[in-house]
Ligand binder design. Structure first.
Ligand SMILES: O=C(O)C(=O)C[C@H](O)[C@@H](O)CO
Length: 270
């Protein structure tokens, strides 16, 4: 069979693509999201209770909905930069990886190398053991795998912003995703990603990313933020977090019957 094409990579054509964080760690919840019209889903291995098997279950759950037109594409976020974990996630068939906390071009280069087979990198060969090769039925997987991989690195610190131009220029990096919560927290504006200093850093990162010919993404659960970022030119925007959506709906539902129920506010600035 042919190497499966990567619907996320193919969708990055300058039209804003709207996604949702998938934080429940189950195929069942993520499949529900996949039916709702989001262009992409972030299976979060950094902060959600995910393991390699739970990510696999979610990739399998999304697969029927990841076919054009109207495809819903999976993006998998790792917990760290560990090449062994990256190898496992690629082997189970993740084609788009988002790596948190990338501060330098050197880190970005190592991450690219972790996704490439020798001589272009050091990814180990799983061959017929892996879903990525559809158990060795994909033609010439070793030669072509990288063509359908999409590497998204997160810039979410002052150092990352300072180095964003070099990170974006790194060959093999397809996109930069700004993490506004970590960025604002790290520069002394916890809970206020809309502080003018943070907004200037976000805009700078967007501009240098586009100047390098790469795509830029961001998390913006508040509608006004998402609309502003779309207007600025962000290519992919996470406009919801499933766990928050459930909680908000639950809080609003019970408040209709018990109006005195306290309504907690977000401490994250959205
Ligand atoms: O810094 C950010 O913003 C992100 O990277 C997203 C957060 O990790 C997200 O989990 C906040 O809910």
């Amino acid at each position: 069979m042919q190497l499966p094409s990567n619907p996320f990579k193919r969708s990055l054509d300058g039209t804003p693509r709207y996604g949702c964080w998938a934080g429940f760690g189950t195929g069942y919840a993520t499949e529900i999201l996949a039916t709702t019209g989001f262009d992409w889903l972030l299976i979060d291995g950094e902060h959600a209770p995910n393991t390699v098997p739970s990510v696999l279950a979610q990739l399998q759950a999304i697969a029927p909905y990841a076919i054009a037109p109207g495809a819903c594409a999976p993006v998998v976020r790792t917990v760290n930069h560990d090449p062994a974990l990256i190898k496992q996630l690629l082997d189970i068939g993740a084609q788009t990886l988002m790596i948190p906390m990338v501060d330098t071009a050197e880190q970005a280069e190592k991450l690219v190398a972790a996704t490439r087979y020798p001589p272009h990198g050091f990814r180990g060969v799983g061959g017929g053991l892996t879903r990525a090769t559809r158990w060795d039925s994909v033609e010439d997987y070793l030669a072509h795998a990288h063509e359908e991989l999409c590497l998204v690195v997160q810039v979410e610190s002052r150092t990352g912003v300072d180095n964003a131009e070099a990170i974006a220029a790194t060959e093999g990096v397809d996109a930069i995703f700004v993490g506004p919560v970590d960025l604002s927290t790290g520069v002394g504006h916890a809970g206020n990603p809309n502080h003018p200093d943070v907004q200037a850093m976000i805009r700078h990162t967007l501009e240098v990313t586009h100047a390098a010919g790469k795509a830029a993404g961001i998390l913006a659960p508040a509608e006004a933020d998402a609309k502003r970022y779309a207007q600025w030119g962000f290519d992919f925007i996470a406009v919801g977090i499933d766990i928050s959506l459930l909680r908000q709906a639950a809080v609003e539902t019970i408040a209709r019957y018990k109006p005195d129920t306290p309504r907690p506010t977000s401490s994250l600035g959205y």
